[in-house]
Every structure is written in C-alpha cells, then in structure tokens.
Design a protein around this ligand. Structure first.
Ligand SMILES: Cc1cc2nc3c(=O)[nH]c(=O)nc-3n(C[C@H](O)[C@H](O)[C@H](O)COP(=O)(O)O)c2cc1C
Length: 329
C-alpha cells in the first residue's frame, strides 16, 4: 500500500544517501526521496554511485528529471531494478539548467508530454509512479493549469500527486527565490484534492512543523517537508508517534547517532569522508546546552583527513544528556 502521509522532500545536494539513512533512524514511516537525477545521468552515468542506497532507507523514492518518454521509461526501469519503491517525476524544479533541458517546472506548460512520460514509465515498471509539480508557472492560471496537468497525468496512470503549493516564476527568479517569493496557496491544493477524491494528493511548501502538518492532513492525504526536515532533523523524531500513532525507532538524537555509527564506519572503510556524512547533522540538536559545541567540534574536526567516527562521538559527548534525551516535538 502506497502511504504518503508524511515524506521528506527531494533536495539536491541535501537528501543524499547518507542524509536519508540519518532520517530513517528517526522515523520508520516517512517516505524518503532522492535528489533529482536526470535520465541522462542514469542511462549514461555511474549507476552504482548515483543510485546505490542502503537497504535501511526503504521506503525510498527515486526522483527523475527528464521529459523524453523513452528515456524516462528506461531510467524508471533501472530505478526499479535497483530496488526503489517509487519513481517520482520532477515537474517543479525551476533552475535554468533544467529549463534548457526541457524538464522540471517548465513542463507545467506541456501536460501532454508529461502524461506521455508517465504512461511510458507505468508501462515499464510495477512500482508506483508519481509526479511532483507546482500549482502553475509564470502567467498560467493555477485554477486551470494544475487541473489540466493533474487530469492528464492521472489518466496516464500517475499514482499520486505532490504539489508544491506555489507557482514557479521561470523568468527572473533564482531557484532559491522560487522557493520563497511566489506566494503559497494551500487552498488551491485542497481544491485539487476535493476535485480528485480518489487520487492521493500530497501538499508541500513552507510547512514548518508537525503541528502545521497535522492541519494539512485534514484536507489532503499527505504532507511533504523539505527545509524544515533538513534544517531541524530533530522534528523527525516525533513523526511516527504524532502522525502514525506508533513508537519511533529512537527517542533521542544521541541514540540515533549510536545507531548510525556502524553505517558510518562501513562508509569510511569504503573511502567516504566523514564530513560528507556529518554535514547533515548541523541542526541535530536544537535549543540544547552543548548544541553549539557539537556543531563546532564537527566543523573543525570532521573535515580533517582521516577523521573517524570518534569525532562524532566526541561531538555528541559535548551535548548535555539530560535535555538531549527528550524528544522535541
Ligand atoms: C537545497 C534544495 C534542493 C532542492 N532540490 C529539489 C529537487 O532535486 N527536486 C525537487 O523536486 N525539488 C527540490 N527542491 C524543492 C523541495 O523539494 C521543496 O519542494 C521545496 O523546498 C518546498 O518545500 P519546503 O518549504 O518544505 O522546503 C529543493 C529544495 C532545496 C531547499
């Protein structure tokens, strides 16, 4: 059963495999997404490096960037063979590089092409195929553009829609600005859900806490958190209990790091630098005595050549136990 009640957004350079293993230790139920990978990279690149992931990451979705239906089908099939649980198509990323390659948010203007891509992927794989989009781009009317895209991709077999609840303005704004400046319109996403009661609709954009997430769940099937999950990963410790009524795999960040140590050791043994894993831990401790010392210790020592897992252990030891042991909601 496809459950999208809570997921962590695909974020380039952020939600790499190390980050996903870290997040998974805090929540069994969150659906995790890879960074976007282009079909070209998957078809022609070093697949093991690009697509390899740890078995603990399930359920994990592979996000694709591309628009050629044939290439999407091949890349989706490769993803399925690697063991991914879902293929997600990026129809929301506004960067120039992406626009030139005719994929990402500019595809909001080509619903027919997106639908052909979804159809091709559905024929190629048995796992769910989903689409992540915006409510519109540039001067599109979101009332029309989102409905047309949704209708076309659902007709092609799309299993769920993830909607970043703002437009992308493709001319003039940087990708970063495009995540903040076009106004959020959650009601537009709620109306999509009302119009398509049988299709899972997941809302994304600006959701800052689990309390806010719960409010959205009164209107849609799922919530996707991006920056709030990455910058404040401690929020994930409460996901399983607050949103699923289940106990969390670990109740304290210190336990998460103990559980992560064997993974880190395996990665170091394969030549991965400590910093490329610990860089995701910057926001791990929040409002806890020692949080700053933890960050400083990692920043100063994690980058040294040959840095081992003890650097992390020493950093964690700087955080006060009493407070660190409680779950921050
Ligand atoms: C650093 C960064 C990289 C991102 N990379 C992707 C990406 O590869 N694919 C994608 O669909 N969205 C990407 N996004 C957008 C997020 O998935 C999400 O839609 C957006 O940040 C809004 O959600 P939030 O307000 O909860 O962060 C990225 C966002 C950030 C901050």
């Amino acid at each position: 059963m496809l459950t999208h009640r809570f997921s962590v957004a695909p974020m380039m350079d952020w939600t790499d495999r190390h980050c996903r293993v870290f997040h998974r230790l805090m929540t069994r139920r969150a659906r995790l997404y890879t960074e976007m990978l282009t079909t070209g990279a998957i078809i022609h690149g070093d697949r093991q490096r690009l697509l390899g992931f740890d078995p603990s990451e399930h359920p994990v979705a592979l996000q694709l960037g591309g628009s050629d239906p044939g290439d999407l089908a091949i890349a989706a099939r490769i993803g399925e063979d690697f063991g991914y649980d879902e293929i997600n198509l990026n129809v929301g990323c506004p960067s120039d590089r992406v626009k030139d390659g005719r994929f990402g948010a500019c595809l909001m203007a080509e619903p027919g092409l997106v639908a052909r891509g979804v159809d091709a992927m559905k024929r190629a794989v048995r796992i769910p195929v989903t689409v992540k989009c915006r409510i519109g781009i540039d001067d599109q009317d979101p009332e029309v553009a989102l409905d047309v895209l949704a209708r076309d991709v659902v007709a092609a077999g799309c299993d769920a829609l993830i909607v970043h609840a703002r437009k992308a303005w493709l001319n003039g704004l940087s990708p970063k600005e495009n995540r903040d400046i076009p106004p959020l319109d959650y009601d537009r996403v709620y109306r999509l859900k009302a119009a398509m009661p049988d299709v899972p609709v997941i809302i994304n954009g600006g959701i800052a806490s689990l309390d806010e997430a719960k409010q959205h769940l009164g209107h849609v099937d799922g919530v996707m958190l991006g920056r709030a999950a990455y910058h404040d990963p401690w929020r994930l410790l409460a996901v399983d209990s607050e949103l699923f009524g289940e106990s969390a795999p670990h109740t304290a960040m210190k336990h998460v790091f103990e559980a992560m140590a064997p993974y880190i050791e395996r990665q170091l043994a394969q030549g991965v630098r400590l910093h490329s894993i610990t860089r995701h831990f910057v926001g791990a401790f929040h409002g806890v005595p020692g949080a700053r010392a933890f960050r400083r210790h990692l920043a100063e020592n994690g980058v040294k050549p040959g840095a081992g897992v003890n650097v992390l252990r020493d950093a964690v030891a700087l955080v006060e136990d009493r407070v660190a042991a409680s779950i921050a909601a």
